[in-house]
Design a protein around this ligand. Structure first.
Ligand code: GP9
Ligand code: MN
Length: 736
């Protein structure tokens, strides 16, 4: 025992040994913080593995740098200082996390108001006795030096060894990073959320990477000037499409309920999947009804325009009528700092609407908890607001039926009119088996498991939406609302599409880029119950579908015009989808584009529709070339203007005198204790409260929400059929 102690001390009494002692201690502190302080949603043993290894490489590297110092005392002091700083960084994050459920970024530190709110006055409250664990060694180690239990190794340290340590740590880091990229492809490029980076790469790396990104974007931002807005204003003026005055304000005064359909493509609408007995199953019966309803503005040539930011890009396009970034996510890279003039803030200021998001995943995913503040969202109900367990959730959070159901408790307390958004998740890759109760819809029979499961999850989403509608009708909210339903982006990626071909009656052998582009259509519906939409006749089977070509960037001006808000003064890059003066040029983020005539993918030109649909224009005439060049310029211009606004943060220069909007103050929002806050407002407003709960004589409507499993619906259908064989024909619940 004594010999062992002697050995330990002997090793610790060398410079390298002391460094390794610090590495082990910091590793221990990090792992404890990961496991006991942060909520990192560890889903597999593989992820535990990352947690255990991720502090090692960076700590060895950073402490190892001090070995290059020649003078022993200087080396020890610097090493101790680096160690203290690492501990401080870790502990600051632990403390910050307690208050904000997120990690410290450079932007938060420099914007320091909220940090000081959390860490300043409340720092003492946030301190827990067991936090001493993070600091105890900072007392014990100096004591060991003073009492000469350990001492400074006065021997000089060989440069070769220092170099070897640096090299080994770099190699370890490289291995860590490559493992992480395998487990989560494009981890750094897309920056899903801070906890993803920390889970895979550790807190020290996160801080360095975050600083690099911050200073890179900050440089571009600081070089910008109000003059940069001239180009933007010219573009917006020339591109503005006046609204159809018959439709302007048709939904004025209503609540707006937006349902974000995860990974939902247009081809699913009206699609029937054959099971192994060749029996056809309608995949989205309920959405199909809404799609063809006389009270819906539906679009069938509507395309998603997202890039790597996926859901967050779609959200950004819809909320602000600006594109996401060419690479990465705008929410994660600019969401915390940029000025936005987005839907929640416009609707609040122009129509007095209360805004809220319901999403059953962690608030930090896609940096939503920060970005929503800049967008002006009053409330954000994220995973912490719902009862989530292993049965009712998966990797991306709470399942949709549960999300809708559990949201009612909050929804009924929102002051009306409100603008709310539901971000669904169940129809997210990998479209695997559910947990049993939602399961049941047949799987497709291709060679691709992902494709096979896709129809069952979309069917589940369809039923979830039907249940929400049933509640809206039962509670009376339905008549006072406009419901927007849209698909955010593809669910089946281009590389899988040849396997999908046969289900679409297409030949996989000749499947090409044009076919891929056509599959980027997603649904878009503005459902306005109990309205007479001008120009719509009663005739049976009439087609109310709008065939205009448009994309997600066009939604915001459309929405605002339907609500009776003029958009000329805003710097929005889309055009009202209901305007007769639209350009109908749909830009993709990679500069490819689609118009009703041409589909231009890189240098290839295809005919978009008609008899020649899909034909490659191999030898374009001079006239065609000219047309394409002009279109290309339009597309490039739209994307360039978008990047100009977002990367230079130009909206901060577009003041109230021009936009008519008071800038959003993100400090106003916290997304904590939302329920209490809602109830407080009701109390303050007394009889002026417009929440559903208040209007319902303070009776909750939660009980009106009915949710059932797929099997329950099947059993119900079966018994209905047995009782009355004719009943299937009138089983449509939607048209009243
Ligand atoms: C997670 C969810 C995922 O919160 O929005 O969306 P994605 O961007 O992966 O489609
Ligand atoms: Mn998505």
């Amino acid at each position: 025992m004594k010999a062992q102690n002697l050995f330990t001390f002997r090793f610790v009494n060398t410079r390298l040994g002391f460094m390794f002692l610090l590495v082990v201690l910091f590793w221990l502190k990090s792992v404890c913080a990961y496991l006991f302080n942060f909520d990192l949603n560890i889903e597999s043993t593989f992820q535990y593995f990352f947690l255990l290894i991720n502090p090692i490489a960076t700590t060895i590297f950073l402490l190892g740098l001090t070995l290059y110092l020649k003078r022993p005392l200087a080396s020890y002091i610097t090493m101790g200082t680096v160690y203290c700083l690492l501990t401080l960084l870790l502990f600051s994050n632990v403390s910050y996390y307690r208050e904000f459920s997120d990690f410290l970024t450079v932007a938060t530190i420099l914007g320091s108001k909220s940090v000081s709110a959390g860490l300043g006055e409340a720092a003492i409250n946030l301190f827990r006795p067991y936090d001493l664990f993070f600091f105890i060694d900072l007392i014990v180690i100096p004591l060991l030096f003073f009492t000469k239990k350990i001492h400074i190794d006065q021997r000089s340290f060989r440069l070769r060894v220092s170099f070897a340590i640096s090299t080994i740590s770099c190699m370890l880091f490289g291995a860590n990073l490559s493992f992480a990229e395998v487990a989560r492809p494009e981890l750094l490029k897309r920056m899903f959320s801070n906890d993803y980076i920390i889970k895979y790469m550790g807190i020290s790396f996160f801080t360095v990477y975050d600083s690099y990104r911050f200073f890179k974007t900050d440089q571009v931002r600081s070089e910008a000037s109000p003059k940069d807005l001239d180009k933007v204003k010219d573009y917006v003026r020339e591109h503005y499409a006046a609204y159809d005055s018959n439709l302007f304000g048709i939904a004025k005064g209503r609540n707006v309920i937006t349902i974000h359909l995860e990974s939902f493509q247009q081809f699913l609408i009206n699609y029937k999947l054959k099971d192994d007995q060749e029996v056809e199953h309608e995949v989205t019966p309920f959405l199909n009804e809404i799609f063809r309803s006389k009270e819906t503005f539906s679009f069938d040539n509507f395309f998603h325009q997202v890039a790597q930011g996926k859901t967050s890009d779609a959200e950004n396009l819809l909320e602000s009528s600006l594109f996401g970034l060419e690479s990465g996510s705008l929410f994660t890279q600019y969401g915390e700092e940029n000025t936005f003039q987005a839907a929640p803030s416009i609707l609040q200021q122009k129509l007095g609407m209360t805004s809220a998001v319901f999403h059953g995943n962690g608030g930090g995913f896609w940096n939503r908890n920060e970005t929503y503040k800049q967008l002006g969202y009053d409330y954000f109900f994220h995973d912490k607001y719902f009862k989530i367990n292993e049965k009712n959730s998966f990797q991306y959070g709470l399942h949709d039926k549960e999300l809708f159901k559990q949201s009612i408790k909050y929804l009924e307390h929102l002051q009306q009119p409100f603008y709310v958004k539901y971000i669904t998740v169940s129809n997210h890759f990998p479209y695997g088996k559910f947990h049993g109760e939602e399961d049941g819809f047949p799987f497709a029979q291709t060679n691709d498991k992902t494709i096979n499961g896709y129809f069952a999850t979309t069917n589940y989403l369809d039923t979830a939406i039907k249940e929400l509608f049933d509640y809206l009708k039962a509670s009376g909210l339905y008549d006072d609302s406009m419901i927007i339903i849209y698909g955010d982006h593809y669910g089946i990626s281009n590389k899988r599409n040849p396997n999908l071909a046969s289900l679409l009656d297409k030949d996989p052998e000749i499947w090409n880029d044009y076919d891929n582009a056509m599959l980027q259509r997603v649904p878009l519906m503005f459902h306005v119950p109990k309205t007479d939409i001008p120009g719509r006749t009663e005739e049976k089977g009439a087609d109310y579908i709008n065939h205009t070509f448009g994309g997600e960037v066009d939604v915001l001006p459309t929405l605002l015009h339907l609500l009776g808000v003029e958009t000329k003064q805003y710097l929005q890059l889309g055009q009202d989808l209901l305007s007769p003066n639209r350009d109908q040029v749909v830009s993709f983020r990679n500069k490819s584009f689609i118009t009703p005539d041409y589909t231009v993918l890189d240098s290839k030109i295809y005919i978009t529709q008609g008899e020649q649909a899909g034909a490659l224009v191999e030898n374009p005439t001079a006239e065609t070339e000219n047309t394409i060049d002009q279109l290309r310029q339009k597309v490039n211009n739209q994307l360039a203007v978008s990047d100009l606004i977002t990367t230079k943060d130009l909206l901060r220069f577009y003041g109230q005198d021009e936009s008519g909007l008071v800038p959003v103050n993100p400090e106003k929002y916290s997304y904590k204790n939302e329920f209490e806050h809602l109830k407080k407002i009701e109390k303050q407003k007394k009889q002026d409260s417009t929440s559903l709960y208040s209007k319902n004589d303070k009776h909750s409507t939660v009980k009106l929400y009915k949710t059932k499993s797929y099997q329950d619906y099947q059993d119900e259908k079966e018994s209905l059929l047995q009782a009355n064989p004719e009943s299937e024909a009138d089983s449509n619940t939607f048209e009243q």
